[in-house]
Design a binder for this molecule. Sequence first.
Ligand SMILES: Cc1cc2nc3c(=O)[nH]c(=O)nc-3n(C[C@H](O)[C@H](O)[C@H](O)COP(=O)(O)OP(=O)(O)OC[C@H]3O[C@@H](n4cnc5c(N)ncnc54)[C@H](O)[C@@H]3O)c2cc1C
Length: 577
Amino acid sequence: MIIHRHDVVVVGAGLAGLYAALMTSDKVDTAVVSKVYPTRSHSGAAQGGCAASLGNEVEDHWEWHFYDTVRGSDFLGDQDAQEILVKEAPLVIYECEHMGVPFSRTPEGKIAQRPFGGHFGNFGKTPMRRSCYAADRTGHAQLHTLFEQCLKRGVRLYNEFFLLHLIVRDDRCYGGVAWDLRHGGLHCFHAKAVMLATGGYARAWKITTNSMSNTGDGLSLVLRAGLPLEDMEFVQFHPTGLYRSGILVSEAARGEGGYLINGKGERFMERYAPEKMELAPRDVISRSEQTEIDEGRGINGEAYVHLDLRHLGREAIMEKLPQIHELAWKFAGVDCIEEPIPIQPSAHYAMGGIPTDVHGQVLKDEKKTPVVGLYAAGECACVSNHGANRLGTNSTLDCCVYGRRSGIAMAKFVAEEGELLPDLPEGAAEPARELVTRIFKSKGKERMVEIREQLRETMTENMGVFRTEDSMSKALRVVKELQERYKELSIQDKSQQFNTEFMEAVELGYLLDFVEPIIVGGLARKESRGAHFRKDFPQRDDKNWLKHTLAWKTEEGIRLGYKPVVITRFPPEERKY
Ligand SMILES: Cc1cc2nc3c(=O)[nH]c(=O)nc-3n(C[C@H](O)[C@H](O)[C@H](O)COP(=O)(O)OP(=O)(O)OC[C@H]3O[C@@H](n4cnc5c(N)ncnc54)[C@H](O)[C@@H]3O)c2cc1C
């Protein structure tokens, strides 16, 4: 097996991974491993923007952004991490600007800012413009800029290398083993510091905004290494996915003034959040939409409502929302200048993930014991900035701020480690070899697509915007069955080069692993908070549930543990919307 040695190996070439690589590359030897070509990472699909209290359009302060983030998280976020997020936001926006991100501008030439749900002024009281944007292709602009900067600084890129195994022994990470998608074959990446920046997981749902690659690989690799995941039950459903496909219509559409309309022609948010209307946080709007649909007030009684942009006019739509115009046209056959867009809630974002400290170092238990040499940032990580519900435009921000911080921490760690790489443990690559042999050699009868589609349908049906004991128990039953069937999976394509069937078979294994803590954590949490809404326990219960869930994979199934929430400034208060 070919062994590559680097000081730092970052897995994932989205905003979090590339920002980290940027910070380490001028100090230590840095490599980035990515299963897709870097600029195809899901970060490139981010449309609406990146939040920062620049105050370019209206007065703003980091304290106001802090309050909104805490409140948006339904008080489950860790406030030490959230404070860092909002305080360092202007710094990363200006750094991005100076590296070349072409932000949209105000008439006087400052970075323009637009409103987004859940962001307000003066501690939740006044309208706000906080999201910095490049039309409706912000993530695309940021990702390409960071990619160029990484190339310029000589970061070693291993494109289309697919991580199959993480080498962790005795609370230390030594690297990982990846499959070369282009040529076939296993490669070992041996490093002093490893960072997971493998992004989100919403491909486990049938209706999703996420790209094909978002299969939660990093999360399952961490589970398999015997480490826990945090707050997995909190899954964000975006209120405006295109009907049937789930493809995202950015919240910027509502930020710019779009209306939500039900089958009776009503702006139904008047019933649920009369003060904030279409700019209430995402969990609130998704539930309102689903209620309208469930109670028969969808358009023509069907499972969708309308997003109406017509009153904004052709000029504003084409200048500020050109991609939305194109997506609605291509994927729903609707010209949004003339007609409303059919939309429904769509699985979007993972609030939970790999537990880390505020320097990106991975934590292995309730006592926050660190794992030496292992870091994580971006959507796969849980610092926790977003608690039970993330505000729009706080995620690309999270990737930049915490990707950057992880990079700084890794460079420091590598400098302290000295010259020598610790030896690879005995048999380090064996699990990857066994996985490859098992999948290529299996003669089992099960087919990947059938298992995957059943999983995705089950998750959309039973682990959606509303949950109950019954729906979650059903989901768990189905997942257990599918996990058994997966053992009998075989693939027909036995070739080595660009074998997408092999890749999707491995990804299906990842999907089946990380959904279990989502369901088990959800069943255990007998309250409603943020995106986790139980019809059988509709109230938030701070007395018993103001705590983070940790979930380990064991022989007997998922084991749960809990750790307290860090509250520094804003004690929990009632949150209607
Ligand atoms: C359609 C859409 C629009 C969004 N809009 C916004 C927005 O406007 N503002 C905002 O703040 N947030 C937005 N979000 C959320 C935000 O874009 C993401 O949370 C964020 O970009 C994730 O970045 P990341 O760096 O964590 O991972 P990603 O950008 O998802 O990158 C993951 C990387 O990991 C690599 N990888 C994964 N598994 C493996 C493996 N097994 N082996 C090797 N490599 C692997 C992939 O190749 C990829 O390079 C949006 C999300 C979506 C889906």
